[in-house]
Ligand binder design. Structure first.
Ligand SMILES: Cc1cc2nc3c(=O)[nH]c(=O)nc-3n(C[C@H](O)[C@H](O)[C@H](O)COP(=O)(O)O)c2cc1C
Length: 177
């Protein structure tokens, strides 16, 4: 699969087989992710690689919607940024997470971005704090890290992938000639 086919083939995956992701594959994914560009080459992105069941459950429980499926993933990688290094840590971490999702696809696995930054723990009760507050209460996360998202990763139980729907996206582009 060349890059263009890979980009067209990638879809979010929220259900996974029980197959473990080997350390070799995890390292390959991270090595590629670390090649992502960053503002002023600060390399501000930081990663927490999670296979521990209780920690995966904590990610699943960090929000009251949109994250529950992480409980059954074999692997999740929290993508964060060193806030002391740059004010553009979110931008850098977003590129890192995208590189990670594309690397996952190239390795024959699937993934889904699960957002953390700015999300409440409970949508209807702001007093319960943020998803990040909740994760910090469960995991040992360095003080200076801002948390962007978790990328849930694993093997697909499906035989085929739904193609991207036909859209009028091309109309969103303005050409100046
Ligand atoms: C910034 C961002 C935040 C997202 N947050 C979540 C999330 O919290 N939970 C979830 O299940 N999917 C999340 N997604 C996945 C999107 O829902 C998904 O990419 C979108 O519906 C398009 O589907 P596709 O990835 O299959 O093309 C997120 C994606 C992005 C880029």
């Amino acid at each position: 699969m060349d890059f263009f086919e890979l980009a067209a083939h990638r879809r979010s995956l929220r259900k996974f087989t029980d197959q473990k992701v080997t350390q070799d594959v995890i390292e390959k994914l991270l090595k590629t992710t670390l090649l992502a560009p960053s503002s002023k080459n600060t390399h501000s992105s930081r990663f927490m690689v999670i296979e521990n069941r209780e920690a995966l459950q904590a990610i699943a429980d960090m929000r009251d919607s949109g994250s529950a499926f992480v409980a059954d993933a074999p692997l999740a990688i929290i993508v964060a940024g060193d806030k002391d290094l740059t004010d553009l840590w979110v931008d850098n971490a977003s590129i890192s997470a995208t590189f990670l999702q594309l690397a996952v696809e190239a390795a024959g696995l699937g993934s889904c971005w699960v957002h953390i930054n700015g999300r409440p723990h409970c949508k209807t009760d702001a007093s319960q704090g943020t998803a990040e507050d909740y994760l910090r209460s469960k995991l040992d996360i360095p003080e200076n890290w801002g948390l962007l998202c978790a990328v849930a990763i694993g093997y697909s139980p499906y035989d085929s992938v739904k193609p991207h729907p036909e859209t009028d996206d091309y109309e969103k582009i303005v050409f100046v000639k």
